[in-house]
Write a protein that binds this ligand. Structure first.
Ligand SMILES: [Zn+2]
Length: 551
């Protein structure tokens, strides 16, 4: 077919598959959209004379090159399919782009029209997969910079990071849904380099016992995993202090030698009263650890300082934590993190500030100890099902029941086997949802059983809640019904193929509300179940029952 020949001709052969891997870090490569991102958007441009780089593009790209990052262009060029220009014109335009902006290590080009239904036209993730493979890396080690929602969606569906640089033509809803937004291309490049710097640390000297702390729920503990693994790489022994709601997740974290479980009333919400005897008992218990140092992980709205005081009373000689508040003599390493950094990177950056780095072979992704998982529930059936987890401990982040029920029906009709999961207090909910055509495992899965069920799934459909991070830790794609009460860029599924659904610009945005501030849960209730089906197709999750079931 002529179009395929053209595509092959358009792709650069400059890639050296045996080339060196980059030094360990967050990213190996930066993928860039062309029109509207690298150069001014001239619709269906086949004329090299009309190529105009965006301001500061050459210098910004050279900064990335100097940092050892590889660069690829990922671009939809449906003008080829439409006959607006020829493959020869496209080559001349791309050559002019390189003349002005310097060389790219790969060009990934979709020559198809939207109606072709190809796997490469963004928002499909095909170009991201192609570019990563051509650069000798994986999508999770790439960050994509683009100007519209199709760019960020393609990156997310491949498990890559994304930064949006909107133009005046970018739709507001797409800007709202982007994980990270930059003012211009040089700003986006600055964010990439800052994140790499923030999480990099020199290989530390071996330390003795390090006490790490992460209070709060399972998801909070899971996203801290990369930071804890970094500490473990430089410590003889790691003791983790966690709360009761995070205990089961803590049991699954690699690198943890011992767990101390205690609630921290200044962290929990709703917060129990402070019990002086319990605080004294905790201080004594912490003193028994005889830690050489402590690293106190928190999320952006929590304070590490009350615990730092207890750690001082317990005789811990070196304490590291993030604190915007003046810590006085409570912290030895006072770390600060810019807003918007993903929670796992925030944890890694604190570990780095304390002198701990992940070893080269340890990808900075979420991980759990799969050797500790029980066999999955037999009712779930053969692997390849879709898990739907409708509930959440926080009302604002749950999938509305009516939507969950319709999703089960639509996925069943399309041939997917759906397994519905939920906690012991969600049995009624999961029974009603599963009645639409799914297997009900509600109330029958502890966190480890739930992980075992998710491990066998083709994908997880879930709100912004703990199981999303379990899926990320297991490499299982996520259809994220993400209520925007907290920033998606900080709390979205990390380094795993993801499709985000829901109204990112809803009134609850960034409120951290636990009860919907707007009646009817509008950020999620307006999602059409067919969008979940589209998401599964974008994520290339096959329906195990060929042809589907009518209904
Ligand atoms: Zn294509």
């Amino acid at each position: 077919m002529r179009r395929d020949q053209e595509r092959d001709q358009c792709r650069s052969a400059r890639v050296d598959p045996g080339a060196d891997r980059f030094p360990s870090g967050l990213y190996d490569a930066v993928l860039l959209d062309r029109d509207g991102t690298l150069v001014e958007d001239v619709p269906y441009n086949g004329d090299p004379e009309k190529v105009r780089p965006v301001p500061g593009a050459r210098e910004a790209l050279d900064r990335l090159r100097a940092a050892g990052l590889r660069l690829a262009v990922v671009t939809n060029q449906s003008g080829l399919a439409r006959g607006c220009f020829t493959a020869h014109d496209l080559r001349l335009v791309n050559a002019r782009v390189e003349e002005l902006l310097g060389p790219f290590d790969h060009w990934a080009i979709c020559p198809h029209a939207e109606a072709d239904g190809c796997a490469c036209r963004k928002p499909a993730p095909g170009l991201v997969h192609e570019a990563a493979a051509a650069l000798g890396t994986t999508p999770t080690r790439c960050v994509l910079i683009g100007d519209i929602g199709a760019d960020t969606a393609a990156a997310a569906a491949a498990g890559a990071a994304a930064i949006m640089v909107p133009t005046p033509a970018t739709r507001a809803a797409e800007v709202a849904a982007a994980p990270t937004v930059a003012a211009d291309l040089p700003d986006a490049v600055g964010i990439v380099l800052a994140r790499i710097r923030l999480t990099a640390a020199p290989q530390p000297a071996r330390r003795g016992t390090v006490l790490v702390v992460r209070s709060d729920a399972a998801g909070d503990v899971l996203v801290t995993g990369p930071g804890i693994r970094a500490v473990a790489a430089g410590a003889q022994r790691v003791v983790l202090l966690c709360g009761p709601r995070g205990r089961a997740a803590a049991e699954l974290l690699p690198g943890v030698d011992e767990i101390i479980e205690a609630p921290l009333p200044w962290i929990d919400a709703p917060a129990p009263p402070v019990d002086p005897d319990a605080v004294r008992a905790l201080t004594d218990r912490l003193a028994e650890v005889r830690a050489d140092e402590a690293v106190v992980f928190t999320s952006f709205h929590q304070s590490a300082l009350p615990l730092a005081l207890l750690l001082r009373l317990a005789g811990v000689p070196r304490i590291s934590a993030v604190s915007d508040d003046y810590p006085g003599s409570l912290l030895d390493v006072r770390h600060r993190v810019p807003a918007g950094v993903p929670e796992p990177e925030r944890a890694l950056s604190l570990a780095a500030a304390a002198g701990f780095a992940l070893p080269d072979h340890d990808e900075p992704a979420l991980r759990i100890r799969t050797d500790r998982l029980p066999p999955p529930a037999a009712d779930a059936g053969a692997p390849g099902y879709v898990v739907l987890h409708p509930g959440s401990s926080v009302e604002t982040r749950a999938c509305p029941e009516e939507l969950a029920t319709r999703v089960v029906r639509v996925l069943g009709a399309a041939g997917y086997r759906v397994v519905v999961t939920g906690g012991p207090d969600e049995r009624d909910l999961t029974a009603r949802v599963a009645a639409a055509g799914g297997v009900d495992l509600g109330g029958r899965t502890g966190l480890d059983d739930l992980a075992a069920v998710i491990a066998g799934a083709g994908a997880l459909v879930v709100g912004n809640t703990g199981p999303a991070h379990l899926a990320a830790a297991l490499g299982v794609p996520v259809v994220s019904l993400f209520a925007p009460t907290v920033p998606f860029g900080q709390w979205g599924p990390y380094r795993v193929p993801t499709v985000r659904l829901g109204d990112a610009g809803a009134a609850c945005r960034d409120t951290r509300a636990t009860v919907c501030p707007v009646p009817g849960h509008p950020c999620l209730s307006a999602v059409e179940p067919g969008r979940v089906l589209e998401a599964l197709r974008l994520l290339r999750v096959p329906a195990p029952v060929a042809g589907g079931v009518a209904g």
